[in-house]
Each structure stands twice: as structure tokens, then as C-alpha cells.
Design a protein around this ligand. Sequence first.
Ligand code: GLU
Length: 449
Amino acid sequence: MAARLDEKLEPIFQDVLRRNPGEVEFHQAVHEVLETLGPVLVKYPEYAEQKIIQRICEPERQIIFRVPWQDDKGETHINRAFRVEFNSALGPYKGGMRFHPSVYLGIVKFLGFEQIFKNSLTGMPIGGGKGGSDFDPKGKSDSEIMRFCQSLMTELYRHIGEYTDVPAGDIGVGSREIGYLFGQYKRITNRYESGVLTGKGVHWGGSLARTEATGYGTVFFVQEMLKARGDSLDGKTVIVSGSGNVAIYAMEKAMQFGAKIIACSDSSGIVVDQDGIDLDLVKRIKEVERRRISAYVEERKSAKYIEDGNIWSVPCDVALPCATQNELNGKDVKILLDNGCIAIAEGANMPTTPEGIQLIQAAGIAYGPGKAANAGGVATSALEMQQNASRDAWSFEHTESRLEEIMINIHRNCYETAEEFGAPSNYVVGANIAGFIKVAKAMDALGLV
Ligand code: GLU
């Protein structure tokens, strides 16, 4: 693990290890937050007495269930699904569902734990939760995806609701899956309860700009970090790992700010295009045709595809990890720094290893941790809930400007909190402490529940 913990926090962490054996990603996420909370307990000793941190580390409720479904050949499959309802001090549990073969309780808990602080930072009234399944959507037909989603919702519906728990998308879950999930929820409950899920299609209760929000938000955050250093994205070279929803819209917004995107990737390899990535082509390959990123070089002969290539070895000014957890390690960070990288912001959740974070911070370059930098997605989900509650639908421009305002506020809050707690320009300290204090205050007010 990275840094040492404060003497009050070490026993709390040991307890988390003991109570949650084998859940290494969850341990990592908790450690990263506890590393920064020492000064908070000095300023607010009552939080230690009330055992607020111990309570935050224990989910309010964890649901694990079987999802049986049949493939197109009639063969039966069994998957496991999870919903971890972590903390509802600020509002209904809120967070996505992830469909990926790597999903197990430790992944869902790391994501749910991070979500508490992220959602708090958005300033919106949402608690933290997360879910998912070890189902692998790769290569599945539309009907198989539909049957899986229907089977999953046949159990999940009893645990969720617009005032209880509001799932959304994450890796492997986009508007197609949210559609099938919503259809089944509506059928079982006989209620058109729009606010029970976010990331819905824009023609049936979804919000404009929700699809773009996580990627756009990450780039708004980068622009603010650079502004604070008297710089901007204009004319910068950018690499983005991934080519899913977050990556695509991070590339789009960075281009709008005058940056040039020279590389992106998927789990099989990387594409390097020194002329600047053709985003319309990436969108067609990924969003319409649902193919591998290697298809890019079939149409752009000047670009290079490197199977199993390391995206972090492509020299750039700004690096945006937008794929998955622990995709950027210490060795990669050294390469980025040697190549003159000046800013890193996380569109994905916990993409940088503890060693990687330490090296970035020692180098003093701008670093936006996921809790802050990728909060635009869930913030816009909360805007979707607002529109649903008022039976309204806002314009793209209005929704995007609300998102931009939220990201600017998150940046300012993290920046000022870091200064206040003696760690100027350390956005990890700023995000963890600012996110924590808001939840702690609410938990204090709500009593021992
Ligand atoms: N899965 C996204 C996240 O990591 C979005 C969650 C949501 O919109 O509820 O924040």
C-alpha cells in the first residue's frame, strides 16, 4: 500500500481488511481515502467519537443474487449480480451497474465506496451505491442482452425506487441495457417511474447531455486545473485510454478546447494517429457497429494499430485514463513524466495504482482523481432525476451549462479544501476531505442510524 496511515486510522483500516477478506480493490479505495483524513479528525474530533469513518466503511445493505438466463441456442447460464447500497445520508443510493466478467463483491464495493464521496462532491442530493454482474456482454446478441437484463431486474426491482436506490450505467451498461431494465421494472411494478433509473434514452425520460457528461466533465475539470496553473488545453496533445462512452466524449470536449487527440485504445490494443483521431470514425466503430478499435486503421491508413500496445508510452501533454481500475501503474507514470506529461485526470474509477499516484504527486503535475474528475456523469444523472421529478426536459445547452457549472464548483471546492488542510493543489486531499465532510455532517445530523 502507498502512504502510512494516521495512528487513529490504522486500526480502522485493519478492521476493514479483517471484515472484508480478499476484496483487494475495496481495500485500495478505502486506504486511499483514509490516507487523507488524519487532519479532519484533528479538526472534528466528534467524528472519531461517533465512529463516522467506521460507519462509512460498512455498507448499509448488500444484495447478492442469482441471474439465470437462456442464450439464443436455448442453453441455460447462471450469473451472479450485486447491488451494494453504501450510504444514504445525502439522498437515495445512486450509482451505476457494471456488466463485466471481472465483477465480484470487491469491485462493486470499491466502486460504491468511491461513489459516496463523488456524489457528495457534486453538491446534488444523492447517496452512494453501485451494482453489477459478472455477465460478459461481449459477443452477445440483442435478445440475449434483453433476456439477461429482464432476469436481473426480476430480482432487483424490489430493492430500488426513485426515493430508495437509483441505478444507472457503467462499463458494459449503456442506454440499450437501461432500456431493457426499465421495461422490465415498468412491467413488474405497473408504474412509469422515470426516476428509478438514469441514463435512459432521450425519447423516454432520459436527459440530453447525459451520454456526453462523464467525458465532458472530466475535460472541464482538466481545463480548470490548467487554468489554475495559468495554462489551458489549447494546442495540447492528449491521449485517452479506452474508447467507450467516457473516452469518446472526453476526446470530443478536449478537441472543442483546441487539443489534439493522438491515441486511444480498447482492451485488445491501441490506435495512434498523429494527424489527430477521427472521432466520427471511432463513434461509428464503437457506438454503431460495436466492433474492436483495430477497425480504425482499416479506414485511416496513416494511423497505427498496436496489439497489446501500452498507450502510456505515446508521448503527450495530457493523459486521460478513461478505461478501468488500475490501468495506470508506477512504471507507466514514469514513462508519462519522462515524456513531459503535465496533467492527468481520471475519467475512469480508480485507474491509477497507489504507486502511480505517489509518483504523480511527487512530480507535482496536475492530477485530478476520479472522484472529482469523473463526477460529471453522476451529476448529470441527478439532473436527469430533477427533470423527471418536474416532468420536464431541458435543452442540451442548458444541461451542459449546468454540468460545466457543477464541474467548476467541484474544482473550486477541492482546490480550496486542499489549501485549507495544508496541501495546496493536491486534489486527492481536496476531493476526499470535501466529499467526506459533507457526508459526515449529514450523518451527524441524522443520528446513529
Ligand atoms: N457509473 C457512473 C459513475 O461511476 C455513473 C453513475 C450514475 O450516473 O449514477 O459515476
